[in-house]
Design a protein around this ligand. Structure first.
Ligand code: SF4
Length: 342
């Protein structure tokens, strides 16, 4: 619950999910707790391998069926725990209450069905519309997402469109049933820079016009600065910092976030070409056990960081950080998962 006593639109509580590989289970996200509020943009940011896409897919129960598994936790949408819902019930939630936009629309769109028919089908799965009504609504949706000749595009196949146009179609499909929440997983990564800016502007205007919440997954802090109200920073399957966008950019706490921010190009600073944080995010198969997962790459690591697991600590105004520098006496000083701010 929020401080005012209202329900969060989406609340994830102590979620763990991962993959079975070679007969063993490996968690890809661990003890994840977060909230998304109505009408707000929440960005989840982290390097490749941080678990942010696994988190997005887990929320909508879209992990690969053969080896993906959610093993503990709750995912509450308007207070209802989706972890207890059947596949048929989840199919009703997807599209109608929560829209999803993927990184590469070609993998999400059916290559042998016209764009118009795909959006019409999404509409008619959730709304009692005649074919004529759904056609008119589809053309209107294509217009709303900035497609200039919607009547013509209605009859085209995904491969006939540019990457930017395909992503606009994907967005039209995701918002067709007026979801309260739109989840977008790296929606601009596969696009040219100029098209990226247009698609982000489209997300922002649709989100504001419709009062939707947007959960945006990205590796790009520039995108976060442009879009976010709230920010969640992930590293190696854990949330390491979360707070409102101003605090994240002006008072970063976690050494990982501080280093990421140093890498954003600025005109008043000189940069080494291809600057990056030394080392790599640990792989799923070689996740450090015990201690801080960032310790091998952390410039501030202390001896205890390799033995003691940092917990989430509220540093004030719901600005949470998972680092022993802030936990005031180690693991016992914090709260896990950031779910203590109700
Ligand atoms: Fe660095 Fe230690 Fe903080 Fe981890 S707990 S981020 S190793 S200072």
């Amino acid at each position: 619950m929020t401080a005012a006593g209202n329900r969060h639109l989406l609340e994830v509580i102590d979620l763990q999910a991962g993959f079975a590989i070679g007969g063993r289970y490996y968690p890809a996200i661990d003890h994840i707790s977060l909230q998304v509020e109505p009408g707000k943009v929440t960005c989840i940011v982290g390097e490749s391998g941080s678990g942010k896409s696994v988190l997005a897919l887990s929320i909508m129960d879209l992990l690969p069926k053969d080896n993906g598994r959610r093993t503990q936790g709750e995912i509450r949408l308007n207070g209802r725990n989706l972890m207890e819902w059947s596949e048929a019930e989840m199919n009703r939630v997807r599209g109608r209450e929560v829209g999803f936009v993927f990184q590469e629309p070609l993998t999400a769109l059916n290559p042998i069905v016209t764009v118009g028919s795909q959006i019409q089908e999404a509409l008619r799965n959730h709304k009692p519309l005649s074919r004529r009504e759904s056609r008119a609504l589809t053309i209107d949706l294509l217009r709303q997402v900035g497609i200039l000749r919607p009547e013509a595009v209605f009859h085209e196949y995904p491969h006939q469109l540019s990457g930017g146009m395909r992503q606009r179609v994907m967005i039209a499909m995701a918002i067709a049933c007026e979801p309260q929440l739109l989840i977008a997983d790296e929606p601009t990564t596969a696009l040219d820079v100029s098209v990226q800016a247009q698609i982000l502007a489209l997300f922002k205007s649709l989100q504001q016009q419709r009062g939707m919440a947007l959960l945006l997954i990205t590796h790009n802090l520039g995108v976060v600065a442009e879009m976010a109200d709230e920010v969640i920073v992930m590293y190696a399957g854990e949330i390491v910092e979360q707070g409102d966008v101003d605090r994240i950019f002006h008072e970063p706490k976690h050494p990982y976030l501080q280093q990421l921010l140093q890498l954003i190009p600025r005109l008043d600073r000189e940069y080494e070409r291809f600057a990056s944080i030394g080392g790599n995010v640990p792989s799923l198969l070689h996740m450090p056990q015990g201690g801080c997962r960032f310790a091998p790459r952390c410039p501030e690591a202390m001896e205890r960081c390799f033995a003691e697991k940092p917990q989430m600590t509220d540093t004030g105004a719901n600005h949470l950080v998972r680092c022993l520098l802030y936990s005031g006496g180690g693991a016992s000083g914090g709260t896990d998962g950031g779910d203590d701010d109700d």
